[in-house]
Structure formats: C-alpha cells, structure tokens
Ligand binder design. Structure first.
Ligand SMILES: NC(=O)c1ccc[n+]([C@@H]2O[C@H](COP(=O)([O-])OP(=O)(O)OC[C@H]3O[C@@H](n4cnc5c(N)ncnc54)[C@H](OP(=O)(O)O)[C@@H]3O)[C@@H](O)[C@H]2O)c1
Length: 281
C-alpha cells in the first residue's frame, strides 16, 4: 500500500480561492466534505450543499455548511461535486444551469465524462470513483482527469480526494475495472470475513470469539499491508508449511477455484458498470 494513502493535512488557506458546491449529500459526499474540512482543504463556510431530503440538509447544516436550492447550488462554486444517485441524473440535468468553466467532478457510477459534459454543457468533467472507506479517510479513489482540464482544477480534485485517502490517477477507460476492484472489492472482502465467521461457528467457537478472530485476521493483514512493502503471495507462502493446516485449507479453496471465482466476480462488476454506462448514453 503506497504511503500516500494517508489523508494530507494542508494549510487552511491552500485553496482559499476555491469554493465547492455539493449536489447530493449522502454517505459519500458527507464523508468527502468531512475529510476536506478536517484536513484544511476547504473551510466549511466555503462549501454549499443541496440535497433532496430535509434530513440530509439538516446534517449539512450541523456541519456548518451553507444550504441552498438546487439551481443556486449548481451555479455556486468554482467546483461542483455531483454525488446524487446515477439513475436520477437524467432527470436533474436539464434543471441545472452550470457555468461552462465550472470544475465539475462526478462520483456517479456509470456516467461518462463525455455524457455528463454534454448534459451540463461544461468544458470538462473529472470522474472519481472512491470507495466507502472514505468514511474513515482510508479510501482509494480512482480519479480520471481529462487532458484539457486546467491545472488549478486538476490540483483541486487531487486535494479533494486525497482528503479521504489515496488517489490513483487513471485513464477513464480504466474506471470500470477500478470500480470492480476497489469500490466493489470492499464487499468481496466483507463477504470473506462473513464466511470466515460462519466457518468459526461451524467449528464450534462461540459467536463473539468467531467474530473477533475473523476481524483480527483482517486487521492483521491490513496492518502488515500498511507497514511497508507488502507481498500478499509471500505472506501467504510464509504461513503455509508443506502438508500443514493452512496447506490443507488452501487445497480446498484451490479445488473450488477460489481465485478464478474472484476474477469472474470482478469481471461481472466491470461488465455491469459498462452496461450502466451504455444505458446513460
Ligand atoms: N458509497 C460509495 O461507496 C460510492 C462509491 C463510489 C461512487 N459512489 C457514487 O456516489 C453517489 C452517492 O452515493 P452515496 O453512497 O453517497 O449514496 P446515498 O448515501 O444513498 O446518497 C445519495 C444522494 O443522492 C440523492 N438522491 C437520491 N435520489 C435522488 C433524486 N431522485 N433526486 C435528487 N437526489 C437524489 C439522495 O438524496 P436524499 O437522501 O436527500 O433524498 C442523497 O443525497 C452515487 O452516484 C454513487 O454511484 C458511491
């Protein structure tokens, strides 16, 4: 895991010229805003928010953010973060009047930069695909910045998403694959932990012990990964003695084609992302 994964503390005035408008204020947008304010990328007073529900607006208000209506929001910032559910963008886009030079950043899955740009009539659109670990500032964000994007907009996007973890710059053609690995990948790992917990119960361990041991395994691997150069295959080999207990377990996983199954799962996620993208053309 690269060292740049930790959110960076920056001087409070580093982006003084920037204001951010946030359209949609769910789990992800609120995590990004919290990360930005806590790391000093933006002041709460430089952020305006519109969300459909009163509950989300109340949450934004409690964080010291300015609340505005939808169209004021679209026109309010140097940068506009689109964080509504992708299926509602078609419906909202015609109602939004966005200045052509706004730095539009979208976290919506399945909407290409080209199609967002065409709907909003803006010059360029940055796409970001963070994962839910943004809530604990440990996300990885696959970030795609078009070449024509001016340097200040590029730098601002880097700062914004670095506030919730590490950023991996990628060409947009790789975003669906990155989504399948790092956004959906959180669910694959959770499923593995759930399965380990169930196995522990089957082996007769008490419920709380089953849960704790499974989580401890995850934390142990995670800590090894963040300690420096990490090689998953080498760590696995180091705990697998020939004819030992781990070797017996891995033989069962191999016979069940565990690795191939993960590849097929990731391929299915990538294909689904592409399908969603085509539906939005
Ligand atoms: N969570 C993740 O890990 C993750 C990762 C990568 C990308 N994303 C993307 O991030 C975006 C937000 O996801 P989230 O996880 O933050 O979801 P969320 O917590 O469910 O929040 C979704 C936001 O979209 C708004 N919304 C839903 N329907 C709407 C409609 N018809 N009109 C206007 N606004 C509507 C919700 O409004 P109200 O609740 O106020 O009604 C809320 O503000 C999505 O586009 C998703 O694809 C999420």
């Amino acid at each position: 895991m690269p060292n740049s994964s930790s959110p960076q503390q920056v001087p409070a005035n580093a982006s003084a010229q920037h204001t951010l408008a946030v359209l949609g204020f769910g789990k992800l947008a609120s995590a990004i805003v919290r990360g930005c304010v806590s790391t000093g990328v933006l002041k709460a007073s430089d952020i305006v928010v519109w969300a459909r529900s009163d509950a989300r607006m109340a949450q934004a208000h409690s964080m010291g953010l300015k609340l505005v209506d939808m169209n004021t929001c679209a026109q309010s910032g140097h940068a506009l973060l689109l964080s509504i559910k992708p299926q509602f963008f078609s419906e909202l886009a015609p109602q939004l009047c966005v200045a052509a030079n706004t730095n539009v950043m979208s976290v919506m899955a399945g909407w290409s930069a080209e199609h967002i740009g065409a709907r909003l009539k803006v010059k360029h659109v940055i796409r970001a695909m963070p994962n839910v670990a943004a809530q604990v500032q440990a996300a990885v964000t696959a970030l795609s910045i078009p070449q024509e994007c001016p340097a200040p907009a590029r730098e601002f996007a880097m700062k914004l998403f670095s506030a919730v973890g590490r950023v991996e710059l990628l060409h947009e053609s790789h975003l669906d694959a990155a989504t399948a690995i790092s956004s959906s990948g959180i669910a694959y790992l959770c499923l593995f932990i759930e399965a380990l917990e169930r196995a522990a119960l089957q082996l007769g361990l008490p419920k709380d012990v089953a849960k704790n041991l499974s989580l401890d395994v995850l934390q142990g691997v995670s800590k090894s990964a963040s300690a420096g150069a990490f090689d998953a295959a080498a760590l696995r080999a180091s705990v697998t003695s020939p004819h030992g207990t781990t070797a017996a377990a891995l033989a069962v996983l191999d016979a069940g084609e565990f690795s191939q199954l993960i590849t097929r799962a990731a391929q299915a996620a990538k294909d689904r992302a592409a399908q969603l993208g085509q539906a939005n053309q």
